[in-house]
Design a protein around this ligand. Structure first.
Ligand code: DGL
Length: 278
């Protein structure tokens, strides 16, 4: 069935492209719409209400483009908005649509990457303050000690393409040191923000060699593949022309030049005025 419906992939900006890159590699046959809310990024320091409102607006915009399934490829949105959308919006307004996040699939397998049973979470203030990772990891691995560190300067550095310069070194080291001071037995750090894979090489220069860095991109792609296998009623609604469109609430030219750093390929995007959608 080729009905041109698409899987929506959402992030506050560019970070979700690290996840989308893996999704598109693992499931190339489907149609996708990627939407980055670059005009309002970063989400990490906003209040619960604002993150919820922005995320819902973007999800509803993706629904209006014909996406029956939306992936929140953003930890902050997954932590602050996913549950409310799933419980308070979908059953009443969109009973045949689904929204999935990135936290649960990551938490489900985090225990496989630690020998010491001490895990560190690095994320935005919004994700860390929500304690979503603490709760989700403890559902699957109650014995694991989880320590968290918010890294409020990392998303702005990455969104402004300053993450490879020496100026970024100070903030990369600062937050790693703060995390390891909380727990020196950590042997696995979850990159609990979809922007952070761009910092992996800098992080590895600083981190002791025995510490695993757990990025979410392949985890989320595998989890989506499993979801579609388990839900043929959803899978058959997604068009299979292998078409992808990119949209940004920011400047499309800036998006096109920066997005390839995250996506690994040239990207051509169109502008969406989110205010006009409200
Ligand atoms: N990529 C988003 C996340 O995974 C970044 C959040 C932000 O905009 O601050 O949390």
């Amino acid at each position: 069935m080729n009905n041109k419906q698409s899987i929506g992939v959402f992030d506050s900006g560019y970070g979700g492209l690290t996840v989308f890159k893996s999704i598109a590699r693992e499931l190339p046959q489907y149609n996708y719409i990627y939407f980055g809310d670059n005009a309002r990024t970063p989400y990490g320091d906003h209040s619960f209400e604002t993150i919820y409102q922005y995320t819902l607006e973007c999800v509803e915009w993706l629904f209006a483009q014909g996406c029956p399934l939306v992936i929140l490829a953003c930890n902050t949105a997954s932590a602050k908005a996913l549950r409310s959308i799933q419980q308070n919006v979908l059953p009443f307004k969109y009973p045949d649509r689904r929204v999935l996040g990135v936290i649960r699939p990551t938490a489900e397998i985090a225990g496989d990457f630690t020998l010491t049973r001490h895990i560190g979470i690095m994320g935005t203030r919004g994700t860390v303050n929500s304690e979503s990772y603490l709760m989700e990891i403890h559902k699957f691995f109650p014995e694991i000690t989880v320590s968290q560190q918010s890294c409020p300067m990392w998303v702005p550095l990455i969104e402004n393409n300053e993450h490879q310069d020496t100026g970024a070194d100070y903030f990369v080291k600062k937050y790693i040191d703060q995390l390891l001071t909380k727990d020196d037995e950590i042997d696995c750090i979850v990159l609990a923000c979809t922007h952070y894979p761009l910092l992996v090489s800098k992080m590895k220069e600083i981190l002791p060699g025995h510490i695993n860095l757990l990025a979410q991109n392949d985890i989320v792609a595998s989890s989506l593949a499993l979801y579609l296998r388990k839900h043929p009623e959803m899978e058959c609604r997604i068009g299979k022309e292998a078409e992808t469109s990119f949209f940004t609430s920011g400047d499309p030219q800036a998006f096109n030049s920066n997005a390839s750093i995250f996506f690994g390929k040239p990207v051509v995007s169109k502008h969406v005025n989110m205010k006009a959608q409200c």
